[in-house]
Design a protein around this ligand. Structure first.
Ligand code: NOJ
Ligand code: NOJ
Length: 574
């Protein structure tokens, strides 16, 4: 009896992993053509969903109400065209050249359009969205968003690099380079200024934005070298080094994640960081943590912290085991259009893991460090830090489980994809019904890049291999330092603890914008904040209950931030 039960349950496990893998296979075979058609339908002027859009203009979605997405965003368009350019240059789809040329012409025009962020020479390149006839959108908006020029130049540089290898250097030098250079110069000159994040809400510094800026400058400097434009190379490299240094300061060692933004007053767990990992993936760069490669210990630890932040908050995740895939969204505090799971977030998690599997397979080994230990422990409770060659059983156990875990995120998206295969922006947290903008171009593109990664396909390298932070980094980045605030406070249901204090990053004693702390480790409430280095800071915790505010007793808490490195403050509510 015992034997047969055990046998049955082992079979059941195999059958379920196998069942999931074949479900994912069949989803991918039906969804791939739908997603590809969905992308092309949203590109003017021939796209069947995008009437009125000029040639090469990507609409975010055909939805005109709740939300109105019949605009073109530089971010969405550039990510979409990066995917199409990868498909074209790798030979996966040789029909796309006309679209790519249209995109380049459209963006070259959009660059020149004066808009509320400025003109071409006064900051206009940071404008996030335009009308689909390439005129300026003049309504109120979170602007500037400085990831746009980086993503756009990365897409165009990828194409330019392929053209050079295919004997079309003249076109690159004469036509493409001037367009690309505008974006790169903008990044070089402005990366250190604040920006709205990719979700268009938080005005501060943002990990995704800085990371894609870093990538663009590196690629840009390599392209410039290749076509003899050497005068820009030093400037691009110098600022790329500075950005790479700055990027390291987003890391929170406990519990091991990248804080998405330096401002915003949230827990900092955000799809921003997972999207960073997949969009800076370079298959030549191994598991390098400095550039946040998908298989790096920091990026894997971050992935777990990000995924886990959605386990408790979405109804559709109820009852799912802690080592299995769940629906994930932009960030746990999100309320936009219901603050639901997003398809592109689910696909991004899967893609990061598939990218990691590709690199481990190429290297024939996998390393578990103290930092990535909690991630790997999900798949093998007895795992120890160390390096496991692909010949070891541990390697097989881990990679098989991680492949299943990754497939689980595709299976989650599949489960909530309606029968026609349309991908909206979100699916509801309560029952998974598609919601918010329908036929979101970016959702389709994110499905296609995840499917390619699962099939082992990678994009061209961009030069991430061998990068390191300069020795001077620790002093130059000392302008800000991460501080973790922990406060032990007993609260009742309905009460939340917020942090407020004497500097901008602590909301200048605001009670309405004060920083919501995470109760994940209740009764310890936590948040991580990036503060000016070597600065005297005063702060207090407040309890907010339905708008009623209770301050900690006087005097204010006070400390001086360090010159560099991370500080953890362990306080007790008083
Ligand atoms: C809202 C998203 O937060 C933003 O990233 C995106 O660019 C726009 N919608 C358009 O899709
Ligand atoms: C106003 C609050 O009442 C007080 O408790 C707090 O310490 C100060 N803001 C900041 O100095």
């Amino acid at each position: 009896m015992w034997r047969s039960l055990r046998f049955a349950s082992t079979l059941g496990l195999c059958a379920s992993a196998f069942g999931q893998s074949s479900t994912v296979d069949s989803y991918i075979s039906t969804e791939s053509p739908i997603a590809k058609a969905g992308v092309l339908a949203n590109i003017g002027s021939s796209g069947v969903e995008s009437s009125g859009a000029y040639p090469g203009v990507v609409i975010a979605s055909p939805s005109t109400t709740d939300p109105d997405y019949l605009y073109t965003w530089v971010r969405d368009s550039s990510l979409v065209f990066k995917m199409l350019i990868d498909q074209y240059t790798s030979g996966q789809d040789t029909t796309l050249r006309g679209h790519i040329n249209d995109f380049i012409a459209a963006e070259a025009n959009i660059q020149q359009v004066p808009n509320p962020s400025g003109t071409i020479s006064t900051g206009g390149l940071g404008e996030p969205k335009f009308n689909i006839n390439e005129t300026a959108f003049t309504g109120a908006w979170g602007r500037p968003q400085r990831d746009g020029p980086a993503l756009r130049s990365t897409a165009m540089i990828t194409y330019a690099t392929w053209l050079i290898a295919n004997k079309n250097e003249t076109y690159v030098t004469d036509s493409l380079w001037p367009i690309i250079k505008l974006d790169l110069d903008y990044i070089m000159n402005n990366w250190n200024e604040t920006t709205f994040d990719l979700w268009e809400e938080v005005d501060s510094s943002s990990f995704f934005t800085s990371a894609v800026q870093h990538r663009a400058l590196r690629q840009g400097s390599a392209l410039a070298t290749a076509i003899g434009q050497s005068s820009v190379v030093n400037g691009y490299n110098t600022q790329a080094n500075n950005i790479l240094c700055f990027l390291q300061s987003f890391w929170n060692p406990s519990p091991g994640f990248m804080t998405a933004n330096t401002g915003g007053g949230r827990s900092g767990r955000d799809a921003n960081t997972v999207l960073t990992s997949i969009h800076v993936f370079d298959v030549e760069a191994g598991c390098d943590g400095v550039t946040f490669q998908p298989c790096s210990d920091v990026a894997l630890s971050n992935l777990k912290v990000y995924v886990d932040s959605f386990r408790e908050i979405y109804g559709i995740n109820a009852g799912i085991r802690a080592d299995q895939a769940v629906a994930t969204g932009r960030y746990p505090e999100d309320v936009y259009q219901g603050g639901n799971p997003w398809y592109l977030a689910s696909f991004a998690v899967a893609e990061q893991l598939y990218d990691a599997l590709i690199v481990w397979s190429n290297e024939g080994l996998l390393t578990v460090t103290d930092v990535s230990f909690p991630f790997f422990q999900q798949f093998d409770a007895s795992i120890k830090p160390g390096t496991y060659s692909s010949l070891t059983p541990t390697y097989s156990t881990l990679t098989t489980a991680i492949k299943n875990f990754a497939d689980g995120f595709i299976a989650t998206a599949a489960k909530y994809t309606p029968s026609g295969g349309g991908l909206a922006e979100q699916y509801t947290r309560s029952d998974g019904t598609p919601t918010s903008a329908f036929d979101l171009t970016w959702s389709y593109a994110s499905a296609l890049t995840a499917f390619n990664a699962r099939a082992g396909k990678t994009s061209a390298s961009w030069g991430a291999a061998g990068l390191s932070v300069s020795p001077a980094c620790s002093t130059s980045k000392a302008s800000t330092v991460p501080v973790i605030f922990n406060v032990n406070a007993t609260t009742v249901v309905g009460q939340n603890i917020y942090l407020t204090g004497s500097v901008g990053a602590l909301t200048d004693w605001s009670t309405t914008n004060a920083i919501l702390m995470s109760s994940a480790d209740y009764p310890t409430w936590s948040t991580a904040v990036t503060l000016p280095a070597n600065t005297q800071i005063q702060y207090k915790y407040i309890i907010v209950n339905n708008g009623d505010i209770t301050w900690e007793s006087d005097p204010n808490n006070e400390f001086t931030t360090s010159m560099s490195g991370i500080t953890t403050l362990n306080d007790v509510w008083r």
